[in-house]
Design a protein around this ligand. Structure first.
Ligand code: NAP
Length: 290
């Protein structure tokens, strides 16, 4: 595997910090340079050993870098690519970690001089925490990382990106960016919208300080970073709206069964939900348990 002599991390938060910690630990990076919207955050990443040096600008971070990783909210991609374009080496591998892929790819094609050296990536791992202190070098170990190469992506760039994520411990899979966004709208973006709505709805009521386990379990992800999720939901707007239609239908069915005191219907809706959950989380297991 290639050893990157100068790797630039744009966005020194949880996901970028986890990736660079894992790559440094694996010996895949000789020298890491970090840039963040707030210098103080990049300085914290340096003191944690995630990067070795803090750059004053995106162009400074990118200059002479053979690896550039964008680990920022997805809608910042285009302005960052514009800022790094003048300093970009034609041989550098550029990749990202964003939770949506189609809009990121379009931004890269608009703003980068060598978009064929860019490979979109989305590690399916993370937590509701953010910032460099939440970085964990084992975060991607055994987890999937979805790569979404374009038709014009150079095979060497794709091979390097696969090797990079495997070095960080991930299991790499490839798929088309539009397919990625459709899938993730359902398994990740919709659950976040539901958790945000649920947490806000419960928060409106008098709770007398009582917080049951069900509330904590279903709303853990509502504690996620607002800026990151603003960008994900707007970047994947059409797919998220389609997924929300399905949620509206299910809520409507539950509401009608409750309002109509239809116990049999309610029981069958809950049983169907339980089976759906099993199929999504563990498709190989047998259904039927309680
Ligand atoms: P994070 O911990 O908040 O880190 C992102 C960092 O980027 C923050 O320090 C942020 O600064 C900085 N930033 C924002 N705009 C910037 C800009 N224009 N230039 C330079 N730095 C900028 O967030 P994260 O969880 O690592 O998420 C990073 C990316 O990973 C997102 O695209 C997200 O979709 C993706 N992702 C997240 C997860 C997850 O579970 N969190 C999982 C997979 C993928 P400020 O805080 O000052 O804005």
């Amino acid at each position: 595997m290639k050893r990157y002599q100068r790797a630039a991390l744009i966005g020194t938060g949880m996901i970028g910090g986890s990736l660079f910690s894992a790559l440094k630990e694996a010996g895949a990076i000789a020298h890491a340079v970090g840039f963040d919207a707030r210098r103080e955050v990049a300085e914290r990443a340096r003191s944690l050993g995630i990067v070795d040096e803090v750059a004053a600008s995106i162009a400074e971070a990118a200059r002479a870098a053979d690896l550039i990783v964008l680990a920022v909210p997805v809608r910042a991609t285009e302005s960052i690519c514009e800022a790094l374009a003048p300093a970009l080496s034609p041989e550098a591998l550029v990749t990202d970690v964003g939770s949506t892929k189609r809009e990121v790819l379009l931004a890269v094609f608009r703003a980068l001089p060598f978009p064929e050296r860019f490979v979109g990536a989305h590690p399916i791992a993370g937590t509701e925490r953010s910032g460099p202190e939440a970085a964990d070098r084992a975060l991607f170990s055994g987890r999937r990382c979805l790569l979404t190469p374009a038709a014009t992506t150079r095979p060497e760039a794709l091979a390097d990106c696969i090797a990079l994520w495997e070095k960080a411990g991930a299991r790499v899979e490839q798929m088309d960016a539009a397919h990625h966004d459709r899938l993730l709208a359902r398994v990740s973006h919709l659950p976040h919208v539901a958790a945000f709505a649920l947490a806000a709805a419960v928060g409106r009521a008098e709770t007398a300080g009582i917080s049951a386990g069900g509330f904590a379990d279903t709303t853990r992800i509502a504690a996620s970073d607002p800026a990151m999720w603003r960008d994900v939901l707007l970047a994947n707007r059409d797919e998220v709206l389609l997924a929300l239609e399905a949620l509206d239908e299910e809520l409507g069915a539950l509401r009608r069964a409750i309002a109509g005191r239809d116990g049999a219907k309610l029981e069958s809706l809950i049983a169907r939900a339980k089976e759906s959950r099993r199929r999504v989380i563990d498709p190989d297991s047998e259904g039927g348990g309680r």
